[in-house]
Ligand binder design. Structure first.
Ligand code: CP
Ligand code: NVA
Length: 299
């Protein structure tokens, strides 16, 4: 049966472990031109939203694995003129071997996957960004040897695609996740209920105590631009700044999925400091996604 990656909940902890093992190997052996599990396969990359990292890392990753990436601007596809998602899935399944999709509605991605006979990877929806968070966990493992037992504090919009996927990750791997956010943007209680390693704290300095990683994301996600004014105000106390860094462990590292806005969600003094590992994190998107593609499409 074909396998999709729509959220991190689609993977078991064992599969995440295997993914990271393969990622390590592919990263180490990037120059090895012989490994071509996607040879003869075409992977469609549908994008309805902007992207730098995700698009480029998937295009390069598919090519390095021997496949052909096809960039498809969703706005130029017939789905934008009323063709159904289900019909689109059935047609693309006749041409392609896999689909990577970045769009607005997570339900559309579920519908696409339900109607496609080929694997579908979620490259970001309004609700989830699993590829990013897999790369983030791999980065944590690279720096600390393991993810289990580490403390990560997420600052800002606790209902964003990044926060939701971090919660899903913490449900699979026992690290401590504290989301520090205003009450209106805290993770839904039902979503984190029953997981003692996941919590919400409205006080960013208290939350940062003993943290191994401080993580933030933009205050205005793609598709939420209409709420910009309100969001830029309400998240102001949740900037990752020197005070937060000083409250954390001495060895703390800073993560950001990027793109970043200096002096909004992160102080420039943190973003551009030695504790910032955001470019290693960005690079790992490529290695993790190559491992994921190998696992899903090498059949
Ligand atoms: N982090 C991330 O997904 O970046 P892009 O929007 O540039 O793809
Ligand atoms: N939450 C951000 C992530 C960007 C990679 C957004 O959806 O715009």
């Amino acid at each position: 049966m074909k396998k999709d990656l729509l959220t991190i909940s689609d993977m078991t902890a064992d599969e995440i472990g295997q993914l990271f093992e393969l990622t390590e190997k592919l990263k180490r052996e990037r120059g090895n031109q012989a490994y071509k599990p996607l040879s003869g396969k075409s992977i469609g990359l549908i994008f309805a939203k902007s992207s730098t990292r995700t698009r480029v890392s998937f295009e390069v990753g598919v090519s390095e694995l021997g496949g052909t990436p096809l960039y498809l601007d969703q706005g130029k596809m017939q789905v934008g003129r009323g063709e159904t998602v289900a019909d689109t899935a059935k047609v693309l399944s006749r041409f392609l071997h896999g689909i990577v999709i970045r769009t607005f509605s997570h339900k559309d991605v579920e519908e696409l996957a339900a109607n496609a006979s080929i694997p579908v990877i979620n490259a970001l929806t309004d609700e989830f960004h699993p590829c990013q968070i897999l790369a983030d966990m791999f980065t944590m493992k690279e720096y600390c040897g393991k993810v289990e037992g580490l403390k990560l504090v997420f600052f800002g919009d606790g209902r964003s695609n990044i926060a939701n996927s971090l919660v899903n990750a913490a449900k699979k791997i026992p690290f401590e996740l504290v989301v520090t956010a205003p009450e209106e943007f805290r993770p839904e209680e039902d979503f984190i209920k029953g997981y003692s390693n996941i919590s919400w704290d409205p006080d960013p300095l208290r939350a940062s105590k003993d943290a191994d990683f401080l993580y933030t994301d933009v205050w205005v996600s793609m598709g939420f631009e209409k709420e910009s004014e309100e969001r830029l105000k309400i998240f102001q106390p949740y900037q990752v700044n020197d005070a937060a860094v000083n409250a954390a462990k001495k060895s703390v590292k800073f993560l950001h999925c990027l793109p970043a806005h200096r002096d909004q969600e992160v102080a420039a003094s943190v973003m551009d400091s030695p504790i910032s590992i955001v470019f290693d994190e960005a690079e790992n998107r490529l290695h993790v996604q190559k491992a994921l593609l190998s696992m899903l499409f090498d059949k």
